[in-house]
Design a binder for this molecule. Structure first.
Ligand code: SF4
Length: 376
């Protein structure tokens, strides 16, 4: 590898470029399967680069034109850029729990999936009140695609989630869990089914694999209409909470996610404040998709407000997902991401918020953004 040193020194740069430009893979299904469809970011695959596992787009249009390519096996593969070898990468193995099925005959992989290297992720409810109508749906979301493709089931019961979580901890060393949900109503907005699910998973994992308090869980939903839900989520066993702004200016929110944008930014900020009072500084986070139209300055300004509130802004590059209205939208350039993540990394450190201190969830996993690499 003629420039292995460059890769070690330019780790942040390589990770950022891979996530923006994507990767052409000779065998896209090597190792753990790639994610197609589902809630939130998708159409990418876990890749381990220099000991760090990140999600890299592999099924997108931009990935087909990427200068990066790789071929190989789970044990190791050579990453090339414009045909020149630049690093050795690997892919997390297919987890053992994927081979099992529930007592009622549902394959475990349809209930929850491995994300990154050690995260169990599930969409508790695979339908959303906003999905299906262009006037209300989030244009980046593919929550209905995996359901239509029979790659998941609509409602994962607390019993099913408990069974899968326990097996994943025992067989695959899962360290934390992400529970997201489609929005089922305009009141609790998913908080109630997250409470039921978290309670069952905690009870099933309480004394396994060193988790005296049960598997750490991040729940993700829109802000519930009543802040009483934050206390209920915490009491049910949720350790960290994600409420995702996705975009930071109202104009972009209304264009990209017209339904969700009816919950205003001031309502989100109030919900963040209420949630931090329950979960603590750094245990509440929000996803921000860079590349949808918000300027660097607007994103950094919102991040500054969020950090002051104790909310971790998990800024990720937008990945255009096949089958969604934004499938032909460009991904942000590596330069745009670097210019954003560098000052954000500094802002996080001076605000005392770090990925490593989050108990569970996307900010802790960090696979969908190279942000954590900028916190050093
Ligand atoms: S950051 Fe979140 S969505 Fe991305 S791989 Fe990790 S757990 Fe999954």
């Amino acid at each position: 590898m003629d420039n292995a040193n460059t890769i070690n020194n330019g780790n942040q740069q390589l990770l950022t470029e891979l996530q923006s430009l994507g990767l052409r893979l000779a065998e896209p299904d090597v190792g753990a399967s790639s994610r197609r469809g589902g809630a939130g970011p998708s159409d990418h695959k876990a890749v381990t680069v220099d000991g760090r596992t990140i999600m890299v787009p592999v099924h997108t249009q931009s990935a087909k034109e990427s200068p990066f390519s790789a071929s190989g096996t789970v044990l190791g593969s050579t990453l090339t850029r414009d045909g020149k070898p630049i690093a050795t990468i690997s892919f997390p193995r297919q987890p053992r729990f994927y081979k099992l099925q529930t007592f009622d005959g549902v394959p475990y992989w349809k209930i929850a999936q491995l994300h990154g290297s050690d995260v169990l992720a599930t969409t508790v409810l695979q339908t959303c009140i906003r999905y299906g109508r262009r006037s209300t749906s989030c244009q980046f979301c593919a929550i209905g695609e995996s359901l239509a493709g029979n790659r998941t089931i609509n409602r994962k019961t607390p019993e099913q989630l408990a069974e899968v979580a326990r097996a994943s901890v025992l067989l695959d060393g899962i360290k934390h869990m992400v529970m997201t949900t489609g929005t089922p109503n305009f009141t609790d907005r998913g908080a109630q089914i997250l409470c039921e699910s978290a309670f069952a998973v905690k009870a099933a994992t309480i004394s396994h694999a060193g988790f005296a308090g049960g598997l750490p869980i991040q729940a993700q939903c829109e802000p519930p209409d009543d802040p009483v839900w934050f206390g209920r989520l915490k009491a049910s066993g949720v350790d960290a909470l994600g409420m995702h702004l996705e975009a930071v200016t109202q104009e972009v929110r209304e264009r990209i996610m017209p339904g969700k944008a009816t919950v205003s930014i001031p309502q989100y900020l109030q919900a963040f404040e209420d949630a931090v009072n329950i979960f603590g500084r750094g245990q509440v986070s929000t996803y921000i998709l860079a590349g949808l139209g918000d300027t660097r300055e607007a994103i950094l300004e919102m991040c500054s407000t969020l950090v002051a509130l104790g909310v971790y802004p998990f800024v990720v590059p937008f990945v255009p997902i096949g089958g969604t209205p934004l499938e032909n939208h460009a991904a942000p350039s590596p330069q745009f991401m670097r210019d954003l993540l560098q000052p954000l990394g500094k802002m996080l450190v001076s605000g005392g918020l770090r990925s490593a201190d989050i108990k569970a969830g996307c900010g802790k996993c960090g696979a969908c953004s190279s942000l954590a690499a900028f916190e050093n």
